[in-house]
Design a protein around this ligand. Structure first.
Ligand code: 13P
Ligand code: SF4
Length: 319
């Protein structure tokens, strides 16, 4: 505990000394989320992280999250220094959508508007017409559908099919998934709902259809926190990364949050929903990166310029 407090104090000093700001996602360690808030940084969903990093005056952004979040920050602010506690922190959606195969998929369907989820590499974004995050994907696809556009969607098949069910859009889909949310199961969730009849169910749309079908609210991490705070209930079952429960408990004190069951529903692990790549962000490697200035995110300038087009489109739409 003492070591933790010392590390936190060192990080506060180093952020100041470097003129850096900490931009954290809700799935990282609670200590990192608290530090980001205390020091004038932000803890938020991926859309807000992108906007915050772009608009902040600091010349150094430290992104506590996964690789695509650091890349997006760099693409939007090519002249800033973007550091990450661990550059190997990636995402199963990004890994499951290699740029060359994705380009071939796009080439085979030139009549379709290409919409990609934020959880992709810069090279994949460079090939897209639109980037979306979970908070705004539905609105953007509804907008494109209303214009009569046919869509090529990548990479998350669960988020894609959720949006397709809601909008009725014509969407040809890449078959990727998030290894964390893919583990939530409808049957077990139904049983849990029976054990907690008054509980409302909050679901991130990267979860399978059988799980979103049981939801009282579906949304991005920020939207789920707002639902936890605003919905008229005292008990919630939450189908997303366990990291989010920290902020939910802060935002809605007095309410009870239960982790939704995953496939590994054993006595010791009722829900093991924690992203292994988000978990690579810790106090030690954050302090080290601030001390040494290593782990800088680089995006090839030409790729970054091309990728920026689809990100700006989303940010303009959201504004
Ligand atoms: P949000 O945009 O909802 O924060 O989601 C990012 C993510 O990676 C969820 O798994
Ligand atoms: Fe990717 Fe899933 Fe981890 Fe989010 S939780 S970063 S989608 S692997």
């Amino acid at each position: 505990r003492e070591e933790r407090e010392q590390l936190k104090a060192r990080i506060r000093d180093l952020l100041k000394a470097r003129g850096a700001v900490l931009v954290a996602h809700y799935y990282v360690d609670a200590d990192l989320q608290d530090l980001a808030e205390e020091t004038g940084g932000c803890v938020s969903d991926s859309l807000e992280m992108a906007r915050f990093g772009r608009d902040h005056d600091a010349q150094t952004l430290v992104v506590a999250g996964v690789r695509f979040m650091g890349e997006t920050a760099k693409i939007l602010s090519p002249h800033k220094t973007v550091l990450m506690p661990d550059l190997d922190a990636t995402c199963s959606l990004d890994l499951g959508c290699p740029p060359e195969q994705f380009a071939a998929f796009c080439d085979a369907h030139p009549d379709r508007t290409v919409v990609v989820y934020a959880n992709t590499s810069a090279a994949v974004k460079a090939r897209a017409d639109w980037m979306v995050t979970s908070s705004i994907g539905l609105d953007i696809v509804a907008h494109l559908h209303a214009q009569g556009k046919k869509i090529l969607w990548a990479p998350d098949r669960h988020l894609g099919s959720y949006i397709q069910r809601q909008t009725g859009a014509d969407m040809l889909m890449w078959q990727g998934s998030c290894l964390v949310h893919d583990e939530f199961k409808g049957i077990e969730l139904e049983l849990m709902k029976k054990e907690h009849p008054g509980a409302k169910v909050l679901v991130h749309p990267e979860s399978p259809a059988a799980v979103t079908a049981l939801a009282d609210a579906v949304g991005s991490t920020s939207q789920l926190i707002a639902a936890a705070r605003d919905m008229d209930a005292t008990e919630f079952i939450v189908a997303t990364d366990l990291g989010l429960l920290h902020k939910m408990r802060e935002a809605a004190p007095g309410k009870t949050f239960i982790a939704a069951p995953t496939a590994g529903n054993s006595a010791t692990c009722k829900s093991c929903a924690h992203c292994p790549w988000m978990a690579m962000n810790g106090l030690r490697n954050l302090a080290a990166v601030l001390e040494r200035g290593h782990n800088e995110v680089h995006v090839d300038a030409e790729t970054g310029r091309k990728a920026r087009v689809c990100i700006d489109r989303m940010l303009d739409f959201a504004a």
